[in-house]
Write a protein that binds this ligand. Sequence first.
Ligand SMILES: Nc1nc2c(ncn2[C@@H]2O[C@H](COP(=O)(O)OP(=O)(O)OP(=O)(O)O)[C@@H](O)[C@H]2O)c(=O)[nH]1
Length: 209
Amino acid sequence: MSKQFQFKLVLLGESAVGKSSLVLRFVKDQFDDYRESTIGAAFLTQTVTLEDQTTVKFEIWDTAGQERYKSLAPMYYRNANCAVVVYDITQSTSLEKAKSWIRELQRQADPNIVIALCGNKLDLSARRQVSQEEAKKYAEEEGLMWGETSAKTGEGVSDIFTSIAKKLPLTAPPSARGGTRPGVPGGRTGVDLNKQANAGQGQGDQCNC
Ligand SMILES: Nc1nc2c(ncn2[C@@H]2O[C@H](COP(=O)(O)OP(=O)(O)OP(=O)(O)O)[C@@H](O)[C@H]2O)c(=O)[nH]1
């Protein structure tokens, strides 16, 4: 039987960089030009199958980027196995905000968290304010994964999640760990689904929490 794992992933970043759009593309392969700003956070799941048929189910917490929700974020990144910190390549201030989220994760999240820095809105590269060199250099210095995406065209979106899946510890002993549920953002993670009956949500389930 192929191995199945489940990990908790959190998205962080300034408002309007495209966090929810990235998740919508990844989970439902859709894009919405007029997406409303997230309130609180949203929960979705999606599964990635690797070449060796290992499946990685992501439990995704899409946080709200507006400043008024900032204090909620620790609830979502606490116990997260991985984080996608998003900036908008057409807004250099959004990279500064992403760096501040990364500093916070480095100080307060699980020390083994896998962090990917993601430059979104690649389809708008004519208006680019953040060069690939600058972002890549910063990511290398901080030991982060890095990639650029367009939630609008889909470019790079599945690559970033697949790269994260490959970096996660897929050999971790599963038995002592538990899964997360919608409404329980701080739940434990990293479960091997082969060992767990009734293992949570199906693909693309969503709740606004
Ligand atoms: N051109 C372009 N527009 C995008 C892309 N991704 C998102 N957008 C647009 O940017 C706006 C904000 O996108 P959201 O996904 O709501 O951004 P968010 O980061 O989730 O925002 P908050 O919920 O406020 O934190 C929307 O109008 C999207 O349609 C992209 O890759 N390219």
